[in-house]
Design a protein. Structure first.
Length: 81
């Protein structure tokens, strides 16, 4: 099991990777575009799910989390009250 610090470090490494891609290819996404990206990743995850002995490919979870973080960086990150 990973610690929260390790999880956030993995998400941060994915954000760095995504930022490097964006510099060369993609404009700023809207909130709905972020959601569409997450949906595409989820579909890919569902396609791969059973190819790994029933265990979810965790790199997809990291990607989903990082896209959500990207959206919050751009549009705000409200705290749970």
């Amino acid at each position: 099991m990973a610690t929260r610090t390790e999880v956030y470090a993995a998400i941060d490494s994915e954000r760095t990777y995504q930022e490097n891609l964006i510099r060369h290819t993609v404009r700023n996404q809207t909130q709905m575009e972020h959601l569409a990206i997450i949906r595409r990743i989820v579909r890919d995850l569902e396609d791969q799910w059973y190819d790994t002995s029933g265990q979810p490919p965790l790199d997809y979870m990291r990607k989903i989390a990082a896209v959500a973080v990207s959206c919050m960086e751009r549009y705000g990150a409200p705290h749970r009250i």
